[in-house]
Design a protein around this ligand. Sequence first.
Ligand code: GUN
Length: 295
Amino acid sequence: MAMVKIKAKVKTKMAKIIDGKAISKAEREKIAKEAEELKNSGILPGLAVIIVGDDPASAVYVRNKERACEEAGIYSEVIRMPENASEEEIIANIEALNANGKIHGILVQLPLPKGLDETKILSHIKASKDVDAFLPENVGLLSLGRPDMLPCTPAGVMTLLAESGIDVCGKECVVVGRSNIVGKPMAMLLLLQNGTVTVCHSKTKNIADITRRADILVCAVGKPKFITADMVKSGACVIDVGINRGDDGKLCGDVDFENVKEIAGYITPVPGGVGPMTITSLLKNTVKSAKNSQK
Ligand code: GUN
């Protein structure tokens, strides 16, 4: 009997790539319109950034913030201070910005040079101008479920989910990383939208068993390829907050993108995923703070 060879066709369905650049662009256009309306009503939203020392990565971030403000029609000031600036000198600049009516948002670029007390310095920013949402008052309001300023990167992730049509309500959400800037506020925002939230960290046992449960998986640990395909449920939405420099010198996230995209339903690339959203949230907070100042 003649053998009939049947070539098996394995249908692979690749994840939808969430385009953070495009979503960010559309959001920034909306922000620019709001800024224009505010300006016409007599308030030009203004952001001040304090940068201390000459860390090259921080210099790039600050330049990007300046450019984004300019494109959105938001006034911006950058205060550059030397590496050896004292806590008192930095705090004096913050106090002056607190009292400056042209400034609605104050951001101290982190990390600060070694030896400076970050918590002490940041505590001098007026809560209503805390556009990073780092201060205890803003963290507390978020925990109570009535946020004023939203933490920038987590808020950017929520926008990516919403714009991709992903409803958080009732979903298993797993956040990997428990930093004050991303992991913890991310968990709070997902909870606020009625997700069932688990936070994993460096002491978590059997982490893959937990990440495999996730409908929405957010990773922010700062380790290249930390999330591998075997840690992801088929069809899950995988959000990569990591920005790492790979051995090849290229930017890469915390997720093994090439392999995970074969399993996931949605995935954010690095670069071009979460990254552009952080500055977008900062612009939003600045406009919000300017609006609040009208009240
Ligand atoms: N350094 C890197 N990202 C950030 C941020 O979002 N805010 C501040 N203040 N510093 C940073």
